[in-house]
Design a protein around this ligand. Structure first.
Ligand code: FCB
Length: 451
């Protein structure tokens, strides 16, 4: 793999290059940092997926993770000291409701209560997400996202959490990345529950949005506002000039980028995707669009890369495959393509969200970062962030209502199927000692945010 980065030590942007009310932040998620074995947290499907050989690198799971459950105060200090305005975190369904439904774990609710107060005490706006993938196993046993009842279970969980912290969060999101929850996990089999089944996938593709709508309504009923959804986007390009590759890229774009926005903002799924999924969809799914299309107050965009797509030569839906591209890549093997972020901000605004506020809720890169003599040198990340911030600024200059930019991630953490190998943090974590060391990118952001 050849990588050509600018050897950047500084961002060439500063806070004053963005609107006055623009917020900068860092993101994490519960299962990736907290440690699921503490505090009466129930078992999630990520615990059992990871305990099954072959699913994750070295069968690593999140039982200890970054031990954030015990180190949250100093971790929040790192967010504040970088000069950030907000912190995006997620609540664990298993920690709050170990059985998925029924009695709440008081210790779990207390934890998020203290965490939110800890943010406010440090002048950080809490940006909460209700589901970042840690589904309680008792609900997985009942079919998880394949079961329509999950919409009600999720709305009930949303109510329990937000009755406790909803009065103090700046924004609340329902689902993180419905594509990962549904397609990656039920069709591609790469994330828990590791299924590869088109019927399961079609159902999950729909139920994840139904759950989003029901939870949004439950939060509205509590009197909350600033409610949103966080979706991920990949810029799909045809790998060659053939009509087959163009059609494959278009379908990839449909499954990944147009399905969920279509449901929420147009109350319809894209026809090209329905051609394949239609036979496997739940009966009368069209009747759910009033709930799915419940008004939201903002949209979160998670963006990392583009993909080159070709036909796989088969006739079986979706009949597509990824082809390796030529651009410099991150530790994940993902091409670096900042133009894609500009594209999605303007495309989403034009086709779906109009004047609705947009947040970039995740953007960042993994690199092979090593701590040496108390420092971690990561110039590639500084260049990556710089180029993507320019893309955001470009979109704002063209009139896009982008209200914030949140880096993935605060800490090196549990990167799902890749275990602890892929390092996305602004802060390095030594997974032997759990010691935290801010990387040069953390310092560069701190200087840029102070300027
Ligand atoms: C996103 C996830 C996040 C992290 C980054 C790298 O898809 O939301 O948890 O894994 O990718």
């Amino acid at each position: 793999m050849s990588v050509h980065y600018r050897q950047a030590m500084e961002l060439d942007l500063s806070r004053s290059d963005f609107p006055d009310d623009f917020v900068f932040g860092a993101a994490t998620s519960s299962y990736q940092i907290e440690g699921s074995r503490f505090g009466g947290c129930g078992t999630s499907h990520w615990d059992t997926f990871a305990a099954t050989p072959g699913n994750t690198v070295r069968s690593e799971g999140g039982a200890l993770a970054c031990d954030h459950y015990h180190r949250w105060e100093s971790d929040l200090d790192l967010v504040r000291d970088a000069g950030f305005d907000c912190y995006r975190f997620s609540t664990s369904w298993s920690r709050v409701l170990p059985e998925g439904r029924g009695p709440a774990n008081a210790e779990g609710l207390d934890f998020y209560d203290r965490l939110v107060d800890g943010m406010l005490a440090r002048g950080l706006k809490p940006h909460a997400t209700l589901y970042h993938w840690d589904l309680p196993v008792p609900l997985a046993d009942l079919g998880g996202w394949r079961n329509r009842d999950i919409a009600g279970w999720f709305a009930d969980y949303a109510e329990v959490v937000m009755k406790r912290i909803g009065d103090r969060v700046a924004t609340a999101a329902t689902i993180n990345e419905p594509w990962c929850v549904a397609w990656l996990s039920h069709f591609m089999g790469e994330h828990a529950p590791g299924m590869r089944d088109i019927r399961a996938a079609a159902r999950a593709m729909h139920h994840v949005l139904l759950a989003h709508g029901r939870a949004t309504q439950a939060m509205r009923a509590l009197g909350m506002d600033n409610l949103g959804l966080v979706a991920n986007f990949e810029y799909a390009q045809a790998a060659d000039d053939s009509a087959a590759a163009k059609a494959a890229a278009r379908l990839y774009d449909g499954i990944y980028n147009r399905w969920f926005l279509g449901g929420v903002f147009k109350r319809a799924y894209p026809e090209d995707v329905l051609e394949g999924l239609g036979p496997h969809m739940p009966e009368d799914f069209e009747n759910d669009f009033d709930i799915i299309g419940t008004t939201v107050d903002w949209l979160g965009i998670n963006y990392y890369t583009r993909k080159l797509i070709a036909s796989d030569g088969s006739t079986q839906f979706p009949a597509l495959k990824e082809v390796e591209g030529p651009l410099p890549k991150t530790q994940m093997g993902w091409e670096i393509y900042p133009e894609g972020l500009h594209h999605f901000i303007t495309w989403v605004q034009k086709n779906y969200t109009g004047e609705l506020p947009i947040y970039v809720t995740e953007n960042g890169m993994a690199s092979h970062d090593e701590a040496a003599g108390g420092a971690v040198y990561d110039p590639a990340r500084i260049d990556f962030l710089n180029r993507h911030l320019h893309a955001v600024r470009h979109a704002i200059a063209e009139g896009a209502p982008v209200k914030g930019y949140i880096v993935w991630s605060l800490l090196d953490n549990y990167e799902w199927a890749f275990g602890y190998e892929k390092r996305f943090g602004l802060v390095h974590v030594d997974f032997e000692t759990l010691e935290r060391t801010p990387k040069t990118s953390w310092h560069a952001l701190q200087r840029a945010l102070r300027r």
